[in-house]
Structure formats: C-alpha cells, structure tokens
Write a protein that binds this ligand. Structure first.
Ligand code: GDP
Ligand code: IMO
Ligand code: MG
Length: 423
C-alpha cells in the first residue's frame, strides 16, 4: 500500500500529528521534498517532538527514509538525531545518495537576498531556495559527496568562486563558503552507513506487499508551480510530486490524504483572503498556539477557506481528508466558512490562477452557529456538540471528500476516527 499525505493549505496543518497516527500501520515513512523549513510537531504522552527532517513515523520505530528530492542540512539532521536518541528514541534511517545538501552558503545567500528584497517572501532563512537552485543548475553537493571527504573538498573547490562572488554581490562575507566544512565532513562520516537508494527500497517494499507512507512538507499553496507565486517555497508540495521525487510510478498510489486545519493560517508573506486582523484572529493565534515551529514567527490566522480548499483537492486528488484543530474554534460564535470570493464585483467559487488577483479577492462567508464546550476529550463524533458536528458536515458537503479523522488536540489520542462513526 502506498499513501501520500500532503498539507492542503499553507503548511502547518498538523501533518506531523496525522503522520504519527497513520504511521503505526505502515512499514516505511518517507519525506519526499522540502528541507528543514518544515516543522512537524508530534505530541505523545505529553512530550512534544519538533521534527524538521526526520520523518514523523519515528515514534513508532518505523523505517524512515529521506528521498533524493529533499534538501538536507546535515547539522540540523544530526542535532535532531541526537535529541531523539537522548530521549531513548531509536532510529532506523536511510538517506538517498542523491539527496541535496544545504551548505552554509545557501543559508547566507537566502538571508542576504531576503534582506535585499523590497517585496519580501518571508522565507524561513534555511537556504531552501538556493539549495534547489543548485540542484537545477547542477552545482549541488549530494549526500554521496558529504560522506566522502575528498569528493566534498573537490566539489567545493570547483564551485567556491562562483558562490563567493554571489555572496560579495549581496554585500556578504565570502568566507562563509568554507565555513563549517570540518563539521560537515564529520557528520558525513557519522551518516555514511545510512546512505541508500530510496526508490529501490520503496519499490521492493511495495513488491513485498509492505506499506509506504509519503510525508509531504509545506502545503498546496506554497507549491513552486501551483502556489501563490512568488510567495511560495522552492519545491513541489502537491501529491503528484511524491511519485516523481521518490522514483515510483503513479499507478502504485492507493490513497492521498489531505490535512486541513478547521481554519487557516499562513506564515510569511502572500495573499490570505480570509485573514483576520482583529481580536478573533488574535484569539485563534493564542488558543491554537499559532507560532512557527521552525522560526517562531506568529502565524496569520483566518476563517476556513473552502474556495482554496477546493483548488487544493484538484491539485492533490485527495481520497480523504483529516481535519485538525477543531477544538480551537470552541467558544467562537458564529464560526464562518468562506464559500466564495468577490472579485471586481463578480462572485466566484474557485480561486483565480493569478496571485495578484487572489490578493484582491474578498471572502463571501456562510455563518454557522458556534459551540461553547471544550471538545478536547471527545473521542466519538456523536459526542461532539451539535453545532460542531454541523460545521464538520458542512465542510464535507462543500468539499465533496470524506473527512476520515478529526483532530481535537495536539495529542496522539485526541483524535476522532470517522470510519468508526460511519460503520
Ligand atoms: P505541520 O507542519 O503540518 O506538521 O504542523 P505544525 O506541527 O507546524 O503545527 C501544528 C501545531 O498544532 C502543532 O503545534 C501541533 O502540536 C498542534 N496540533 C495539531 N493538531 C492539533 C489539534 O487538533 N488541536 C490543537 N489544539 N493543536 C493541534
Ligand atoms: P511545514 O512542513 C509553513 C513558507 C515560509 C515562506 C515560504 C518560503 O511545517 O508545513 P522557504 O524557507 O521555504 O523558502 O520559505 O514558505 N514555509 C512554510 N510555512 N509551514 C512550512 O512547513 C513552511 N515551509 C516554508 O514561511 O513564506
Ligand atoms: Mg509546520
């Protein structure tokens, strides 16, 4: 069985939590794109794990893979491995030989170019875009180079001049190009034995009737092709990308799970039609703990946007949805759902393809009565307050895809499984 899970909004939908839950029934959990710009939170037994690179199946002791479409900062990965092992968590990790390495100069170039921009993107300053640029321009350093001191030295010699020039041009210090090399080489030696061929492993696992869960990072509207350009990340965040990045044929896909928050958030710049700049937005931020897992930045919050969600369903072909953070809406009345936009006096039900036009869209809301009770301990759909059930059912109607799980708190156990309700 091959399942792909992706974020259906602007990232931080709660993918980490849902992957953790699902991973119990999978043999392999694999990251296929992005890098440590991702911050996936898993809360088990009251303990919080913030994962940037290690796949979120780690707490169930699954085979964990990092595919060649990922851009990997070895320092971040090494810190994460050490933090997990110091907590007694065992890792069975494999990293593809072709995985791109984020070098210190990528991070510096990211920082300097963001500083120089008038219209900022609000990147995570993790060097993501510059590492992907080097992949496309074929100037990347790969995992196989990191584990061979001679290879990494030789590669760096070849490209250092152009990197130094680029940094000087942006007013930075070119010495960063060779900074940290010794540490990188050391980490490379530690990771030597985990280098693998991810496509081969996955294909063999599938032939052996094992199950594979592909863990997306970021979200649909941060996709480099289909997102809200130029306020996007530099990788393909939608489900189709899992096959291309992992080297498996599209016919092997069984399920595509989309994770949606019961409202919407965005961190960084770019349009967010339902953004609430008022007390309600602040309240959602505080109750939902909406601060970046990676950067700590406050996330912009807004009402659920069914118009964007519809596009996300097209982009990903979801077979089911997981709805997270329903508990955060408790106490709000009404609870609003954006069911259309007004653009230049016209009503539309699907987002315009142009980001500039999306930024001009005004949400049209449908109001639903709110609910007061705390729902963080509810385990059965039937036990939810009537109004919160009606809210979920309305979302399902609007989206036309089954909601298979509802999350009512960060903990693993704070989850309502709809299959049990329906059967
Ligand atoms: P990801 O990047 O999609 O994995 O999401 P993040 O981990 O960046 O952000 C989601 C945040 O919400 C984390 O702090 C989670 O622990 C938390 N979370 C996940 N599901 C729920 C939920 O249903 N209710 C509440 N209150 N918090 C949740
Ligand atoms: P997870 O996997 C939310 C956003 C950044 C910025 C834009 C580009 O935790 O959902 P980048 O550093 O990628 O070049 O920044 O993308 N961004 C995210 N927003 N969640 C993420 O990951 C994100 N990863 C990148 O804030 O707007
Ligand atoms: Mg996150």
């Amino acid at each position: 069985m091959f399942t792909i899970l992706t974020g259906a909004q602007f990232g931080d939908e709660g993918k980490g939590k849902i992957i953790d839950i699902l991973s119990e029934s999978y043999d392999i959990v694999v990251r296929f794109q992005g890098g440590d710009n991702a911050g996936h939170t898993v809360v088990v037994g009251g303990k919080k794990f913030k994962l940037h690179l290690v796949p979120s199946g780690v707490l169930f002791g699954k085979r964990l893979l990092i595919g060649p479409g990922v851009v990997l900062n070895p320092r971040v990965l090494w810190d994460e491995i050490r933090a997990l092992t110091s907590e007694g968590v065992q890792l069975d990790l494999g990293i593809d030989a072709k995985t791109s390495i984020i070098m210190p100069y990528h991070i510096e170039l990211d920082r300097l170019s963001e500083k120089a921009r008038t219209n900022k993107i609000g990147t995570t300053s993790r060097g993501i875009g510059f590492a992907y640029m080097d992949k496309v321009s074929r100037e990347e350093i790969r995992m196989e180079d990191l584990t061979d001191p001679d290879l990494i030295e030789a590669k760096l010699m070849e490209i250092s001049l152009s990197k130094e020039k680029a940094i000087i041009q942006l007013g930075g210090d070119p010495s960063v190009v060779r900074q940290g090399l010794d540490e990188y080489i050391k980490i490379g030696q530690h990771l030597k034995d985990v280098v693998t061929d991810v496509s081969r492993e996955i294909n063999i696992a599938l032939l052996d009737e094992k199950s594979v869960l592909a863990e997306g990072a970021q979200g649909a509207f941060l996709d480099i092709v289909h997102g809200t350009q130029e306020f996007v990340t530099s990788s393909f965040t939608t489900a189709g990308s899992a096959c291309a990045n992992l080297g498996v044929g599209p016919v092997v896909v069984d399920n595509v799970v989309g994770v949606l928050k019961a409202y919407i958030t965005r961190v960084g710049e770019g349009p967010l039609p339902t953004e609430l700049k008022d007390e309600i937005g602040k309240r959602i931020r505080e109750v939902g703990g909406e601060y970046g897992t990676t950067t700590g930045r406050p996330r912009r919050c807004g009402w659920f946007d069914a118009v964007l969600a519809l596009k996300s369903i097209y982009l990903n072909g979801y077979t089911e949805l997981a709805l997270t953070k329903l508990d955060v809406l408790s106490g709000l009345d009404p609870v609003r759902i954006c069911v259309g936009y007004e653009l230049d006096g016209q009503k539309i039900g699907y987002p315009p393809e142009s980001t500039m036009l999306l930024a001009k869209c005004k949400p049209i809301y449908e109001d639903m009565p709110g609910w007061k009770n705390d729902i963080t301990d509810v385990l059965d759909f039937g036990d939810l307050p009537e109004n919160s059930k009606a809210y979920v059912e309305r979302l399902e109607d609007l989206l036309g895809v089954d909601i298979s799980a509802i999350s009512v708190g960060p903990g693993r156990e704070q989850t309502i499984y709809m299959e049990e309700t329906r059967s």
